[in-house]
Design a protein around this ligand. Sequence first.
Ligand code: DGL
Length: 353
Amino acid sequence: MKLARTLAAAMAGLALACAVHAQSLPKVVILATGGTIAGAGATAANSATYQAAKVPVDKLIAGIPEIGKLAAVRGEQVFQIASESFTDEHLLQLGRRVAALAKQDDVDGIVVTHGTDTLEETAFFLNLVVPTDKPVVVVGSMRPGTALSADGALNLYNAVATAADKSARGKGVLAVMNDEIFTGRDVTKAVNIRTEAFKSPWGALGMVVEGRTYWFRAPVKRHTLNSEFGIDAIKALPPVGIAYGHGNAGDAAYRALAAQGAKALVHAGTGNGSVARQVVPALRELRAQGVQIVRSARVAGGGFVLRNAEQPDDEYDWVVAHDLNPQKARILAALALARGADAREMQRIFLEY
Ligand code: DGL
């Protein structure tokens, strides 16, 4: 009898100790949106043939019990879609949810699971509109969880480790993929069928190894608490189109985008954002009609578009996207337009964010 009482007391003590420990853990919310990290393939050999956006967030979390040692985690299923299908409305809805959670005292960090195709756009958008210094970490995977050597579980474990880590505070929105920590500003999907898929032209900020973060640099561009773009003030994102520069280019795409209502056009230019001479007249005409023209570059991997280099941007009243790729330039141009920025103000914004 005495033994039973001793055992019961020990169990109660253990349960209390676990409860106290769980209470002491950082509180991390995982917002799930879909993508390959929630994908499922027919066989373990299907690492590239699968259906994205199938596995619910609670099952993702249950599949990685080790996460429970890093943080007290709960999940919310915000969407269940492949990320190529994200719209600006999805971005705004997700941004509002992240901002609301970040305001809560019982939330120490946020993870967003996301398809990798447009992960870089969502991470940049959140970096610009969520006013918090709490860690917000976007994560995806290149293989579904059903595949041999799936990368999602460790990516999600690393993302929670980063979101739970006080040292990740104040660094803006981050993206964690393949053991590396990137700033949401620069990160881009550079490879479309390998697990080492994400790069930043300016390098990763650090790494996560066995649940610990190691930092080697910090962002210098404006973000989160230092951003003028608060999500609560954004009702809608003005439409911005992207047209690709190439040999034998014509101006039909630019005219069609403007005719459909684009308020700015991002030119994914050859080289240093160059514009074919046969396209310049259309862009000047559209600029005169009030459409903003932003010169970005189709060249991935580094460098930046230099103002007034091969194009007289001052004379044409055009904007250069600096080092932002076309898909990120679209996000920033839309936010600038939402604040009524003219070309001069938009250029300031492109140089500061
Ligand atoms: N359909 C793609 C997406 O949701 C799958 C790619 C991925 O998530 O890795 O972005």
